[in-house]
Ligand binder design. Structure first.
Ligand SMILES: [Mg+2]
Length: 216
């Protein structure tokens, strides 16, 4: 019987309603894509492990980690993309997200978030959608100094939720960082594939409202 549900945030509960997406544009300028896992981890390491005030500095470190020659014009362009993303008011919940979370809360589930996030993006989401009143526990990479799939971030969330591994369900859109990483900690998990990227995967839902099929 599950007592607690932990959600990933970006790509699971919320998305950028901007075309092209800022982080895709950012990756393309570096000759990478967000599907490139080693690039994703380098991005997260440089921008999400602490409350990053010096964006240009973090961008320079990322460029250097990727072994690309630093070029101030590129640093400026990339910094501009991130700064515009921060100012954007086009972050939206996927359909049924808020409604389903409220039903889960009313049913008595403890709700958590584990997010690899760039400061202060999560704060603006919270202000707009009241996430701190909806979730019992919010674990953010830039506050803990640890990013998924590090087991430590799952342990922190379980401890704060007061929930055992077998009583908890993890739900996320990233196969490695959310689904497999949670399973490795003995936590059952579910791929929430809003954008239909992994049709081959078994334990998958394409809308959050289908979570109830797995909670019976
Ligand atoms: Mg995600």
């Amino acid at each position: 019987m599950k007592k607690a549900i932990i959600f990933d945030c970006w790509g699971t509960l919320f998305y950028d309603d901007i075309n092209p997406r800022p982080l895709d544009k950012f990756a393309a300028k570096l000759g990478r894509t967000m599907k490139d896992y080693s690039y994703l981890k380098a991005l997260e390491k440089n921008l999400m492990l602490e409350k990053c005030e010096d964006i240009a500095g973090a961008v320079r470190n990322l460029i250097s980690d990727l072994d690309i020659e630093t070029d101030e014009k590129l640093v400026k362009e990339l910094t501009g993309i991130l700064e515009n993303m921060r100012k954007s008011d086009k972050i939206r919940p996927y359909p049924k997200t808020l409604e389903t979370l409220k039903i889960l809360k009313d049913k008595g589930f403890r709700l958590g978030i584990i997010s690899n996030a760039i400061y202060p993006d999560f704060e603006s989401l919270d202000m707009k959608y009241g996430l701190k009143s909806l979730f019992d526990v919010i674990v953010l990479s830039y506050e803990e100094g640890v990013i998924k799939p590090d087991p430590k971030i799952f342990k922190i969330a379980l401890k704060r939720l007061g929930s055992g591994n077998s009583e908890t369900l993890m739900v996320g859109d990233n196969l490695k960082d959310d689904v497999i990483a949670a399973e490795e900690q003995g936590i059952d998990s579910l791929l929430l594939d809003n954008e239909n990227k992994h049709p081959e995967f078994d334990r998958r839902i394409t809308s959050i409202s289908r979570i109830f099929d797995y909670l019976r």
